[in-house]
Design a protein around this ligand. Structure first.
Ligand SMILES: [Zn+2]
Ligand SMILES: [Zn+2]
Length: 389
């Protein structure tokens, strides 16, 4: 019989509104519910979804964001099985595990995806955080059922992935969302075949992860497109065979004409847009050959529309929205870790480490400016300095 855990003190980087920087705040975190896992956070990376959610006000405030956490299990709800206190874990997106998509092995398209990952509350509507002197839970959390911008997080068995204790928790955080999204789009969604051509628009964490995965899949032409020459340099280092800097072309038409020349036979087999910019998605679509597939990963803010010429769709071309790279995290993340250990998937090259929860704002600013690709913030003081760059 497991002793029920108590509510605890935590330190969290709270988003109070769209415009104000994150504020490190002492909060109380509710005891884990009977199906919840409490994780002492070792590290968390920052994803553009955290930044967009705050900046565009796509959540209720105040809230604890963060959805790429790693850590060590500290307490377990009474009905949790398959996990032990002390297990090392990666946290990912959550899903209901009951709806038709979950039942057919596509949990990224869960009917409850929005409410479980973005509503800021537990399933059922309760909040998990409160200010120490408040009697009511008055701070939203449960972001991706984790809220990893804090010293502790509450997760579910569905979004908690056990990893070997020998692995560096300070590096693994981005696997829970950004890295699996890019790699999964190539390996799970598009199932890129050897000898084919792929164009990746936008070389942030997701795009560069897609490029590394395309190299693993033995694509022949891996075409990286980005406005930042430094990003293109990194893309080349990670496997891009061709780099395209749009400012070197007169207009968008010239860009896709160039891409079609590289890939021959009327364009690429696959294109991925990671930017969420309608004109870039259109360019990605236009870069594909007949029967080509374009994957859209970033949807822009609600209400954003894209214009595709209907004639352009006719030769069997398709445009496919992608969530989390169609990844079943418990299967796919261990696959990526294996590839990383074999030196085939060097995602650590995307990471810049930041030290301490107070540096979350600096990490967000550095990522938003494009100064760093993937900031990983080391939350647990025991893991700082030795591995920090
Ligand atoms: Zn579901
Ligand atoms: Zn994310």
């Amino acid at each position: 019989m497991r002793m029920p855990a108590d509510e605890i003190d935590v330190l969290a980087a709270v988003a109070v509104d769209s415009d104000t920087p994150f504020v490190s705040t002492a909060l109380r975190l509710k005891a884990p519910g009977e199906h919840e896992i409490r994780v002492r956070i070792v590290a968390t990376s920052v994803c553009h979804t955290d930044v967009m959610t705050k900046a565009k006000g796509l959540c209720s405030f105040p809230i604890v964001l963060g959805h790429e956490g790693t850590g060590i299990i500290d307490a377990l709800g009474e009905k949790v099985s398959g996990f032990d206190i002390g297990d090392h874990v990666i946290l990912s997106y959550d899903f209901c595990d009951r709806c038709p998509q979950c039942a057919s092995g596509k949990p990224a398209y869960c009917n409850e995806h929005g409410s479980l990952n973005f509503a800021g509350v537990r399933p059922g509507g309760a909040k998990t955080h409160r200010r120490p002197h408040s009697t009511n839970a008055d701070v939203f959390g449960s972001f991706f059922q984790q809220s990893s911008f804090a010293t502790y997080a509450l997760s579910h068995t569905t979004n908690t992935i056990k990893v070997d204790k020998s692995l560096p928790l300070t590096l693994l955080a981005p696997l829970g969302c950004g890295v699996q999204t890019g790699a999964g789009t190539v390996l799970n969604t598009l199932q890129v075949q050897p000898g084919t051509s792929l164009a990746v628009f936008g070389c942030g964490c997701v795009g560069l992860s897609a490029i590394m995965a395309a190299k693993m899949a033995a694509a022949k032409n891996i075409i990286a497109v980005d406005v930042n020459p430094r990003r293109l340099q990194l893309a080349e280092e990670l496997g891009a065979t061709h780099c395209v800097l749009p400012s070197e072309f007169v207009d968008a038409r010239q860009v896709h004409t160039h891409i079609k020349t590289i890939s021959s036979a009327g364009g690429c087999h696959y294109a991925i847009d990671t930017t969420g910019i309608p004109a870039v998605l259109r360019q990605a679509f236009d870069s594909c050959r007949p029967l080509g597939v374009t994957a859209m990963i970033a949807p822009g803010v609600p209400g954003t529309e894209v214009c595709i010429e209907m004639q352009g769709l006719l030769p069997g071309k398709s445009l496919r929205g992608v969530v989390q790279g169609d990844s079943v995290s418990k299967e796919f993340i261990p696959r990526l870790i294996d590839a990383w250990q074999q030196g085939r998937f060097p995602f650590e090259k995307l990471i810049t480490q930041f030290d301490g929860i107070d540096s979350i704002e600096a990490a967000v600013v550095a990522m938003s400016r494009g100064d760093v690709v993937k900031p990983v913030v080391i939350i647990d003081p025991d893991y700082r300095s030795t591995e920090c760059s």
